[in-house]
Ligand binder design. Structure first.
Ligand SMILES: [Zn+2]
Length: 232
């Protein structure tokens, strides 16, 4: 972290729990430091269960309320649900316009999203979200002739300064989350339908993963990212 880090952050997550599991300590830290963090949740997560008795529409509702609990735990400024169906994201104009709109409305300095570049086994929603968000940042959100309907609504173009990718294939940045482990675990376990209730055993597993990353950077607990400065 350095002084160039602006105070307004937009987090775009494919599924409701991805940002918590990959960057929850960092989000907790940014909120505690007084940054304005807004979360955009792309899909409604309505396929995320192995329980055959759960109806997709009920699961979607559950996952929204879990996300709002996580948001409260962190102290997020806002949560936006795009409510696209789980496992059906496409790299198309409709999705891109939705992301560009959120960037232009919230005007972040830093945008945090998922790395689209995992090889072979990957969740299609993850690679599409990462790719569409990067395209939305540059050049679409910047250029007034991209989605000119926004201008007509009074929504101005916006240049994002940096994109941070979580679950990075080639990490080059870390955040020390040692002091934010509690908040991270509480936020993560708000997603009870996905990760279950918080327990000592689960905390231990999380802690050892973060510690492994921390060891790389010389701190107790860390999360890592790829940090991209956006050209003009
Ligand atoms: Zn996911």
């Amino acid at each position: 972290m350095d002084e160039t880090e602006p105070d307004s952050i937009l987090v775009v997550t494919p599924h409701p729990d991805d940002s918590e599991s990959a960057a929850g300590g960092t989000i907790a830290r940014w909120c505690a430091e007084g940054k304005k963090v807004v979360l955009v949740v792309c899909t409604n997560g309505d396929k995320g269960t192995s329980d055959r008795s759960v109806r997709p529409e009920d699961l979607a509702k559950t996952r929204e309320s879990e996300t709002l609990n996580a948001a409260k735990t962190y102290g997020l400024a806002d949560v936006v649900f795009l409510r696209l169906p789980d496992q059906q994201l496409e790299d198309n104009d409709e999705f891109r316009e939705m992301i560009v709109r959120q960037i232009r409305i919230h005007r972040p300095g830093v945008l945090l999203t998922i790395d689209p570049n995992r090889r072979y086994i990957r969740h299609r929603d993850h690679s599409i979200t990462g790719r569409v968000v990067l395209d939305a940042v540059f050049p679409y959100a910047r250029d007034h002739l991209a989605y000119p309907q926004h201008l007509a609504e009074g929504i101005e173009p916006h240049k994002v300064e940096e994109v941070w990718l979580f679950r990075p294939e080639e990490p080059d940045e870390f955040v020390d989350v040692t002091d934010y482990f509690e908040t991270r675990q509480n936020a993560l376990h708000s997603h009870v339908s996905q990760v279950g209730e918080r327990s000592e055993e689960r905390d231990e597993r999380s802690r050892s993963r973060l510690a492994e990353t921390g060891k790389k950077y010389g701190v107790e607990l860390a999360e890592q990212f790829m940090r991209i400065k956006v050209g003009r």
